[in-house]
Design a protein around this ligand. Structure first.
Ligand code: SF4
Length: 431
């Protein structure tokens, strides 16, 4: 992992919503060095903003799942008119996403929104941009300048621009697009600089992961502002996840990126869950809640592990708030080694599960009792952590795999011993 890139820092929100900071490392306006803020996770509401109750419910759902910031679209006046009530009934910083009409930005600022997003492809009139800059300056809120591959290419001179600018990055995939994004940003940010406004963060999204990686890498080298990472139009979760993690994971591991939005054509709750998991996996955020380790299963499996893992995942998300490691392993052949370091672990086999807490065996239960007993042990362990009686990740007793032929046998030893006759055929859901 490359250390995080130093940027100017933007911050927004208030006592009620909590203050979110993005980027940092460079001195602030008074010359004092800012610390680098943790990478934040955002999502955007999928419903209409003017549907006040629906919008509030959506925002609160994402906030509860861990979203640090939630963005709403404000295409019409009735959307900005809804903002006051939405802001009153939510406790997370809200960004108003403005397309086409600068008046919506002014109305959103007036309503008390915490940040504005402008698209240089859609609001280009200098006087209009100046009016938004002045309003944000007065309200002391930042602006995200978000170029987006779908909206930045001016139709009139597209071919000419593509030829001219494409030569600059001719060695890159879709080099002309990369060049236009950067040129557009430079032009647009000049308006902000001339107005003495630098409370800015930047995004440059594409649906192509390679373009996203190249665009943000170039922008990081050219501009000192925090970067909002995202792959746009990434598709449903099944494929969008791969595309987003390929691009955002690469950039973050190179130290680039200060806030992320994973976007799916699926329930946006998954954008929050997967964004947080990406940051946890890279060590860029301290995990809140349990970390689940589970084996992929193989021909040694003797319980319905896929169902068990899904059930455990759901219950851990609901009930566990301390960052304990929980392992659900299909057998005792490789399980103990692979679950090394887990605070609570179950090793299945022969329709049973042996449960360990920090290396100490606490139960050997039939398959139908594994879920309940495992959760009970996780809750008890969580209580001990909260009372300061045990520490996370402290392995007090070495896990010694059970006798493969005796207590919970599986694998070749058992077959060699002729002990497989008592194992009934198993139907595993999803196989
Ligand atoms: S833990 Fe056991 S069942 Fe799971 S993948 Fe490894 S060897 Fe196979």
């Amino acid at each position: 992992m490359t250390p995080r890139r130093s940027t100017k820092q933007v911050s927004f929100g208030n006592e009620r919503t909590g203050v979110v900071r993005m980027g940092g490392g460079l001195p602030d306006a008074s010359g004092v060095a800012t610390g680098t803020a943790p990478v934040s996770v955002q999502t955007m509401t999928a419903g209409y903003t003017h549907d006040i109750d629906g919008c509030i419910a959506e925002i609160n759902r994402y906030h509860k799942a861990g979203a640090d910031v939630v963005r709403v679209a404000v295409p019409e006046k009735k959307d900005t008119e809804a903002l006051k009530e939405i802001l009153r009934q939510t406790r997370v910083p809200i960004v108003a996403d403005v397309h086409f009409h600068f008046q919506r930005a002014l109305e959103a600022v007036e309503a008390g929104v915490h940040k504005i997003r402008l698209n240089p492809g859609n609001i280009q009139d200098r006087e209009q941009v100046n009016a938004v800059i002045d309003a944000c300056k007065q309200a002391r809120i930042p602006i995200r300048v978000g170029v987006n591959e779908g909206s930045i290419i001016e139709r009139k001179d597209k071919l000419k621009r593509m030829r001219e600018l494409g030569a600059v990055f001719s060695d890159r995939k879709h080099g002309y697009l990369l060049a236009i994004m950067i040129a557009k940003l430079e032009e647009y940010l000049d308006i902000f600089h001339e107005r003495g406004f630098d409370d800015i963060c930047i995004s440059a999204k594409s649906m192509d992961a390679a373009v996203v990686i190249d665009a943000y890498t170039e922008i990081a080298a050219r501009f000192p502002y925090p970067l909002h990472l995202g792959v746009t139009h990434a598709g449903p979760r099944e494929t969008g996840c791969i595309r987003s993690v390929a691009a955002l994971g690469t950039l973050l591991s190179n130290g680039v990126g200060d806030t992320i939005r994973i976007s799916y054509a699926s329930d946006h709750l998954h954008e929050v869950e997967d964004g947080l998991e990406l940051l946890y996996s890279l060590g860029l955020r301290t995990r809140a809640g349990a970390e689940l380790i589970a084996c992929p299963t193989c021909g040694r499996i003797q319980v319905d592990l896929f169902t068990l893992v899904q059930d455990v995942r759901k219950l851990l998300a609901e009930k566990i708030t301390v960052p304990m490691k929980v392992a659900v392993m299909g057998c005792v052949v490789n399980g103990p080694g692979e679950a090394e370091g887990a605070d609570v672990a179950v090793f299945a086999g022969d329709r049973r599960g042996i449960i360990y807490v920090q290396g100490e065996k606490v139960a050997n239960v039939p398959e139908e009792q594994i879920l309940e007993r495992l959760l009970g042990e996780c809750l008890a362990f969580q209580g001990k952590v909260q009372r300061g009686e045990v520490k996370l990740g402290e392995k007090r007793v070495q896990i010694i795999p059970p006798d493969p032929i005796g207590e919970l046998g599986s694998g070749w030893e058992k077959i060699a011993a002729g002990g497989t006759g008592r194992i009934a055929p198993l139907t595993v859901k999803g196989r």
